[in-house]
Write a protein that binds this ligand. Sequence first.
Ligand SMILES: Cc1cc2nc3c(=O)[nH]c(=O)nc-3n(C[C@H](O)[C@H](O)[C@H](O)COP(=O)(O)OP(=O)(O)OC[C@H]3O[C@@H](n4cnc5c(N)ncnc54)[C@H](O)[C@@H]3O)c2cc1C
Length: 509
Amino acid sequence: MKPTALVIGAGIGGIATAARLAKNGYSVTVLEKNEQPGGRCNQIIRDGHRFDIGPTLFLMPEVWEETFASLGEKFSGYLDLLRIDPTYKVRFEDGLQLELTSNIGKMQTQLEKVEKTAFTGFLNYIAEGSKHYKISLEKFVGRNFYNLFEYFSLLNLPLIFQLKALTKHYSNVSRFFKDERLKAAFTFQNMYLGLSPYDAPATYSLLQYTELAEGVWYPMGGMYAGIQALVKVAEKLGVRFVYNAPVKKLSVEGSKVTSAELEDGRIFTADIFIGNADLPYIYDQLLQDRVEAKKLNQKLYTCSTIMFYWGVDKQYPQIAHHNVFLGGDYKASFDRIFKDHTLPDEPSFYINAPARTDESAAPKRQDTLYVLVPVGHLDEKSNQDWDALVARARQKVLDRLAKEMNINDLKDHIKFEIIHTPKIWKEKFNLAKGAAFGLSHNFWQVGYLRPHNRHAKYKNLYFTGASTHPGTGLPIVLLSARLTTERILKEMGTITEKNMIAVPTAVKA
Ligand SMILES: Cc1cc2nc3c(=O)[nH]c(=O)nc-3n(C[C@H](O)[C@H](O)[C@H](O)COP(=O)(O)OP(=O)(O)OC[C@H]3O[C@@H](n4cnc5c(N)ncnc54)[C@H](O)[C@@H]3O)c2cc1C
């Protein structure tokens, strides 16, 4: 008999872990709270408009390729990737515009117009980012740590300094650029991890390297095509998905989880359990572990977002596929988000117009617009009036589009509007504090210091996803799925046709 695994949540981490376990001989069931898979990487289709609701930047395709290959499939047979270059246009309130591109000549012309030495700074910065990317992936992100000594080993310590893990990203970027706008243009990407560049380690210059050197891609059909492809592969491997199946509680006995109970009373048992729902939520709600939940609650969380999904009956060609609008006082805006947990006075925001690349995203001559405005996560102590904050964010977006792109009639052409606030991120996906990207990634919350991918006491409870090791972002969560599976196979013993019968259904402690 095959050993059984129960995955709680069909986010990208849950799907990929389920598929990998099935490929390795497990009988796997995935319980998903919502009506469809994908979690934060989801889609809304309305009146011919197709919105990706969360991720829009497809990064590190090589990680996807590795995932599909390990499942016995060819990635290119499932997704049609297109490189988006220039990746995006960054707009500043004073009128400066920069087109970030892998075209070195174009970068040189643009940067030297702003600051004489900026191009040299840029080359050095990207070279450092490349070093950070390679060391991080190989030595920290792409592997499990089973104890603190492994993490802080004598071999790793010099690498931690090489990665500038103790230097703040913003102060490090000042070594390469003097102009405040350039410093902003090469650090705002920290927001992808839900981090302020004033707190993030300088290690994250790897993000700019990833985007410009490895590329920003778009899967035709939208980001959700990636989820659909993974689900197809998982189902082919025998994974069973159960939708509209919110787990209410995990029952435990001694050092094991014994079953998962759904809100409708159904009970599922298995040999091993994998939590893909947000990790702090699992400790708090499903395990009701007050002590751990309190500790997790005190950790740092990423920011949240106010989202506008607009179905528009007109096209605005001025809006490119990816557009970044940076707000006035850069430092103050991060303080407002990360310290005051609110909306900055002059918010930065991002607009995605997928129909620029993929006509199937909107009806003919119409537009599908996604607006992401970073905002503080939910905080009971802050006075958060979401209706007022949403109204202010919306007006700021419309004002800047009018001022900088001469788009004055958008309000009249919005056929419908769907709004997500941090409250929706929390309610729909059970994200702790509505933090869109999960637990934060400062020095104290990465590597072995991040919540581990196996429970300390319940030896058959594993975790996969953004709030466990290695962290957030689609490719990083795919790595999480790989690492969690590797750990399970290591601790359970690899299953082969030969030993399948012999593997005990109970997990060895
Ligand atoms: C607005 C936004 C923009 C982003 N942009 C990018 C980007 O451009 N590029 C990028 O790479 N990443 C981006 N990310 C990050 C990326 O989306 C996440 O890191 C990734 O999707 C997390 O996947 P996951 O599997 O860890 O979790 P989730 O996607 O949260 O999946 C967890 C699943 O568990 C389910 N669940 C929760 N509770 C229960 C329960 N009790 N019972 C059963 N099921 C349950 C949830 O419904 C969900 O489906 C973005 C995220 C957001 C929110």
